[in-house]
Design a protein around this ligand. Structure first.
Ligand code: SF4
Length: 336
């Protein structure tokens, strides 16, 4: 496949597992943090990756950027194989992608001014140097809503929102084609969250970058993203265009998450009526559909056998036995 016809990012059957110790005398077991996940992100698309804490979202984000070693599966970036690929292709991924973390203070060097941090990225990646360096640093600060005068500030002298803007400026210094933003507004006040989301929306329009926005807050994802993937216990259980998923969720887990967004419809049942209990431990995942202990629509057949296979309706995919016999629903075939 030529690089130009390939999606920007293609994830195929990706699995990541970690060994966990269960105490003296017990064998170490594997926790499957990401389980046979497939995802395609086109240039300029904004994907929201949602699910409760422990669903595997962050691990998937890190594995996509080659920061976590997968157990199996493939990641391609711009048509080039990254998992087990050539060093030059991994280096290309590093140059063209960036990650923004939840805690901006931990992602910035406390002993370095934010201007120096941005300048370092520009120099290392050959994006600017010499007399143009300061001008580019100032340009990036202004782009994210900071002032050039703040270039000399250390991270601890800035508010959480300003620090996250500095982290975004540092990420943008690489001129990435894909940013993975992991809960990047979760620790901020609501008003600052709104500013950062507006900034990301603006940058997406202006720079055409693709964004994988990892969040547990669906109201933020609804505002920012045009595509959504819902993760539960390491698997994507539903994916597709954000508007369709928020208006008509096909998977009961998605329906419960959507119902938990208070402003969608205050008359909707409380999420507790749609979602029972807490997610099971990833160390002992239930048989059958892993969501069955919490699913109010579970059938006897949901409790045994392999997890339900993905099925497709138009450009949506979901893993649930419901909607059998509905028009236009087909099994997902590998590679389709
Ligand atoms: Fe619920 Fe069964 Fe669908 Fe799983 S497969 S989400 S248990 S109805």
């Amino acid at each position: 496949m030529s690089a130009s016809s390939a999606p920007l990012l293609e994830v195929e059957d990706l699995s990541v597992a970690f060994p966990v110790s269960q105490g003296l005398g017990f064998r170490r077991r594997l926790v499957h943090a990401v389980n046979e996940v497939s995802l395609r992100i086109e240039a300029g698309q904004t994907w929201g990756l949602v699910g409760e804490s422990g669903s595997g979202k962050s691990t998937l984000g890190r594995a996509i950027l080659n920061l976590e070693k997968p157990r199996s599966g493939r990641v391609r970036f711009d048509g080039r194989l990254i998992t087990g690929g050539q060093a030059a292709d991994v280096a290309m991924l590093r140059r063209q992608t960036a990650m923004i973390f939840q805690d901006p203070y931990s992602s910035l060097n406390p002993r370095q001014s934010i201007g120096d941090g941005i300048a370092e990225v520009l120099r290392v990646h050959g994006k600017a140097g010499g007399t143009g360096l300061t001008a580019r640093v100032n340009e990036l600060l202004v782009l994210v809503g900071l002032s050039p005068e703040q270039a000399t500030s250390r991270p601890h002298a800035l508010s959480g929102g300003q620090c996250q803007r500095a982290a975004i400026a540092r990420a943008l210094a690489m001129e990435p084609r894909l940013i993975v933003a992991d809960e990047c507004v979760a620790a901020l006040d609501v008003s600052i969250q709104a500013q950062i989301i507006n900034l990301l929306m603006d940058l997406r329009e202006r720079m055409g970058l693709a964004l994988l926005f990892i969040a547990h807050d669906l109201s933020v994802v609804r505002r920012l993203c045009d595509q959504v993937a819902v993760m539960y216990l390491g698997r994507i259980v539903e994916s597709g265009p954000a508007r369709d998923i928020f208006d008509h969720p096909l998977h009961p887990y998605t329906a419960a998450l959507v119902a938990a967004i208070p402003e969608i419809d205050p008359d909707m049942p409380l999420p507790g009526e749609l979602l029972r209990g807490e997610p099971p431990s990833p160390v002992s995942v239930p048989e059958g559909c892993t969501f069955h202990p919490r699913c109010i629509q579970a059938r006897p057949s949901c409790r045994q056998g392999p997890p339900p296979a993905l099925r497709r309706r138009g450009d949506r995919a979901f893993a649930c036995v419901l909607h059998e016999g509905d028009d236009g629903i087909h099994p997902v075939t590998k590679g389709a």
